[in-house]
Design a protein around this ligand. Structure first.
Ligand SMILES: *[C@@H]1O[C@H](CO)[C@@H](O)[C@H](O)[C@H]1NC(C)=O
Ligand SMILES: *[C@@H]1O[C@H](CO)[C@@H](O)[C@H](O)[C@H]1NC(C)=O
Ligand SMILES: *[C@@H]1O[C@H](CO)[C@@H](O)[C@H](O)[C@H]1NC(C)=O
Ligand SMILES: *[C@@H]1O[C@H](CO)[C@@H](O)[C@H](O)[C@H]1NC(C)=O
Ligand SMILES: *[C@@H]1O[C@H](CO)[C@@H](O)[C@H](O)[C@H]1NC(C)=O
Ligand SMILES: *[C@@H]1O[C@H](CO)[C@@H](O)[C@H](O)[C@H]1NC(C)=O
Ligand SMILES: *[C@@H]1O[C@H](CO)[C@@H](O)[C@H](O)[C@H]1NC(C)=O
Length: 778
């Protein structure tokens, strides 16, 4: 298979990873800038591996089984700025191998089996970032030539085998330009010689999980004394050797000058309440996943941001009077106590969500002299009781979030009126019933309103959103709404997202008239909509691009063809078209609207037409056949009637007469008269099967009548099957011999002279009747 079939191009980024290729496809255009060639097979990297790609900036050779890199290996890709060699078991790199990459800025040698940094890359003076994580390096000392690397900014030694740091190890680092990020996380550090970091300036130091034990960390922090660092990331160590918690565990931090500190704990660790003591000069503190119960207040002087996430705090720290604090985030504690914040003129952002707090007399009492708060998040707490005018003095509030906190009364008393700056209000699942039509009046800046999971008093809905003229997002999911009218939304001309999921709506007629020109998203999933009229579909807002109809009982019938066709045609609008389901009788069976067979609706009329034509043709054919074979049918009836009669009275009739209707007068006047009225009377009958004898009246008419001929034939075959041939032939008038041959079997009778001949002569007639009577009775 030619290689180029594996090549995928995405915005000048070529990727042909994971194909076990043994050379770079020569079909790659020379303009390529990024090439992902990971997971292929290039045991020896040499010049011939690469076509000339002088525009290549990024080359990813992750896990290509590279053992050898020859001197001229990168000759054809010499302008690469980022080289990724992760996961290759490199055992040899030629002295000029890497050095020819004069423009290299980023070199990634993660997991390449390096045991030291004696790789030749001395000419790469433009190098900015060296990642040699996940190797077996035991010293963080850098080679002296790196002093010349003017732009060097990041050394990643994550997950190596560095256990001891000595003063000499930072020699080169100290003589470099500074402002470097040093990552030592996940090393087994046991000891740091005092002075190793003295007067060193780093942008960032990551020593998270860098110590073998708590004891090593305690001592190691002291070894970091004198370091100046922008951002310090600490916490967690490999093994929990020491069970003794010491209030001095983090004292070493006091010897480090840092701006920001990130303290992460993997395991629950009962930190001392003195955790902040050495952070007093920090501007930003993040404390995550500790076991902190109580925090001793410290006089922060420069603190701007404090994040405390997932701890066991019993109380929100008493942080009042921190003039510099701008952002306070204390989240994920359990049933924490909050006594309020005072005198924090810079405070803008307060997030106390997820704390299971209960607050009474909210809210301005908890925030005094904090006039600049713009963002207040009290969501996911237990319950909050409001005072009248709960936010007076907090006039700049822009964001208020109470979702999933019980605050009951807001919807009854319109407590949030006239907050002129409010832009975002989340009251979802707050156990409110909106009965006050002025609940949101005066919120003239409101852009986002979320009131999912609450209830409305029927008549309020028509007024609730009056004057919210800049509203862009309205979430009314799960509010038990069963009907909406266009007037409910008459002022919302800027509305872009309308979320009505999980309600009980059955119709969308409000949409056809509603003036929602800006609407982009309409969520109607999990309602009870079974159909949407064509005119509603035609009048949907022009900019609507997301329309969710998932899990509605759409009636999938040909009568709704336009709707299903519309859904199929506009599938791109549906976030999950497969969830647009048809109404079915069984609740567990799923039928997707987009799988409905529209073709069947289009073909059904044609099929009906074809079937109708077939039916007409069949009818015509049947009529023709009936007409053609009417004798047979009629005769069949006759036979059947006689047969039925014969079953009832065994041969109660003496003779059956076959004659032409044109000879009827003779049959009635002469034959019937003479036979039935003579002594003994002879009964004539109209069904062969009920009769013992058959009288055939031969005449010209008889010979000409196909009906008579047919009757005669049937009679003969009937008598043959009965085993006796009791046919009595009467020749009423002479018939030409030729013609008698037309009647099957007649000629035979005539030849045998077994017939009676009628003549007008009365004497012969007498003899005729005697002989006939004898023949019938015998
Ligand atoms: C990749 O190629 C090498 C050498 O051609 C071969 O030994 C190996 O089995 C191949 N691997 C796969 C997954 O095809
Ligand atoms: C590396 O730099 C030295 C000295 O500047 C130079 O002589 C040598 O050619 C360079 N090597 C490569 C491969 O560019
Ligand atoms: C890590 O270094 C120590 C010596 O400091 C050595 O004994 C140990 O074997 C090394 N670990 C590995 C995995 O090479
Ligand atoms: C250090 O690096 C950061 C980020 O690259 C930069 O914003 C800052 O100005 C640098 N500081 C010095 C002193 O070079
Ligand atoms: C905080 O800064 C002050 C003044 O710069 C200094 O005296 C004090 O030692 C510092 N405290 C800590 C814990 O770094
Ligand atoms: C409020 O906090 C909750 C939970 O931490 C979060 O999901 C939500 O996005 C926050 N609200 C705002 C407006 O940032
Ligand atoms: C519809 O979308 C277009 C393009 O995003 C935008 O320019 C236009 O203003 C929108 N119309 C309305 C009424 O919002």
């Amino acid at each position: 298979v030619p290689y180029f079939t594996f090549l995928i191009q995405l915005d000048g980024h070529y990727t042909c990873g994971g194909r076990n290729l043994t050379c770079i496809p020569p079909s790659i255009p020379s303009s390529v800038e990024m090439l992902d060639f990971s997971f292929n097979f290039l045991p020896t990297l040499r010049r011939t591996v690469f076509p000339q790609l002088y525009n290549l900036k990024l080359l990813d050779l992750t896990r290509c089984h590279i053992h050898h890199i020859t001197d001229d290996a990168f000759h054809n890709v010499k302008n690469v700025a980022t080289l990724i060699l992760t996961g290759n078991p490199v055992s040899y790199i030629g002295p000029d191998g890497l050095n020819s990459l004069r423009k290299l800025q980023r070199l990634v040698l993660v997991d390449t089996g390096l045991s030291s940094l004696n790789v030749q890359f001395n000419n790469l003076t433009g190098l900015q970032e060296l990642n040699i994580g996940t190797n077996n390096i035991q010293s963080m000392a850098l080679p002296p030539f790196m002093i010349k690397f003017r732009d060097f900014s990041s050394l990643n030694l994550h997950a190596n085998n560095i256990s001891i740091l000595r003063v000499d190890d930072t020699d080169v680092l100290r003589r470099m330009r500074g402002n470097i990020t040093l990552i030592l996380s996940r090393n087994p550090i046991l000891y740091i010689e005092p002075g190793t970091f003295q007067n060193l300036h780093l942008r960032e130091l990551n020593i998270r999980s860098a110590f073998v034990s708590l004891d090593a960390q305690r001592d190691g922090l002291k070894g970091l004394g004198g370091l100046n660092v922008g951002k310090l990331i600490i916490g967690s160590y490999r093994e929990h050797h020491s069970n003794t918690k010491d209030i001095n565990d983090l004292d070493g931090l006091c010897l480090i000058n840092f701006e920001e500190v990130y303290f992460f704990q993997n395991k629950w660790l009962d930190l001392s309440s003195h955790v902040f003591r050495c952070m007093v000069n920090a501007t930003k503190i993040t404390l995550k996943q500790g076991h902190v119960r109580v925090i001793e207040p410290v006089p922060f002087r420069r603190l701007k941001e404090l994040h405390i996430d997932k701890n066991r705090l019993e109380e929100i720290p008493q942080l009042s009077n921190i003039q510099s604090l701008e952002k306070l985030v204390v989240v994920n504690n359990n049933q924490v106590l909050f006594r309020g914040l005072r005198n924090m003129p810079s405070l803008r952002h307060v997030d106390l969500s997820r704390n299971q707090m209960s607050l009474g007399s909210c809210c301005f009492r908890y925030f005094s002299d904090t006039p600049n708060i713009r963002h207040l998040n009290l969501s996911l707490n237990a319950n909050i009781m409001f005072l009248a005018k709960p936010f007076s003095g907090l006039d700049l509030l822009e964001v208020l979030d109470f979702h999933h906190t019980e605050i009951g009364v807001v919807g009854q008393f319109g407590l949030l009126q006239n907050m002129k700056n409010l832009k975002y209000l989340d009251l979802s699942y707050t156990s409110n019933t909106f009965s006050s039509t002025s609940s949101f009046s005066g919120l003239t800046s409101l852009k986002v309103l979320k009131i999912a999971g609450n209830a409305f008093q029927e008549e309020t809905l028509g007024y609730l959103f009056e004057n919210l003229i800049v509203l862009e997002v309205l979430d009314m999911s799960n509010c038990g709404i069963d009907r909406l009218v266009w007037r409910d939304f008459r002022d919302l001309q800027r509305l872009q997202h309308l979320l009505l999921s999980q309600n009980r709506l059955t119709a969308l007629d409000f949409l056809a008239q509603a003036n929602l020109p800006s609407l982009k998203q309409l969520a109607l999933d999990q309602n009870s909509i079974s159909s949407i009229p064509q005119n509603t579909l035609q009048n949907l807002p022009k900019n609507l691009s997301v329309f969710d109809l998932s899990f509605n009982p759409i009636i999938c019938l040909c009568t709704q063809r336009y709707l299903i066709q519309w859904i199929i045609k506009h599938q791109k609008m549906f976030p999950k078209p497969h969830n647009v389901l048809c109404k079915t009788l069984q609740t567990d069976s799923k039928m997707r609207a987009i799988e409905f067979d529209i073709e069947s609706c289009i073909h059904a009329p044609i099929r009906t037409l074809v079937l109708s034509i077939c039916a007409v043709l069949l009818f015509v054919l049947a009529s023709v056949l009936v007409y053609r074979f009417q004798f047979y049918l009629r005769y069949g009836c006759v036979l059947l009637r006689g047969y039925r009669a014969s079953r009832q009275q065994e041969c109660s009739y003496d003779a059956f007469v076959i004659y032409s209707s044109k000879d009827e007068s003779w049959v009635m006047d002469e034959l019937v008269e003479n036979l039935e009225n003579g002594i003994p009377p002879i009964h004539l009958y109209e069904g062969i099967m009920g009769s013992r004898k058959i009288i055939v009246v031969i005449s010209k008419h008889f010979i000409e009548s196909s009906w008579c001929r047919f009757e005669f034939e049937v009679a003969q075959s009937w008598l043959v099957t009965q085993g006796n041939a009791n046919i009595i032939i009467i020749i009423l008038e002479d018939v030409e011999e030729e013609k008698t041959k037309k009647v099957f079997g007649l000629h035979k009778h005539l030849k045998k002279n077994t017939y009676l001949k009628w003549s007008g002569n009365p004497i012969s007639n007498m003899r005729f009747w005697i002989r006939l009577r004898k023949a019938v009775i015998s």
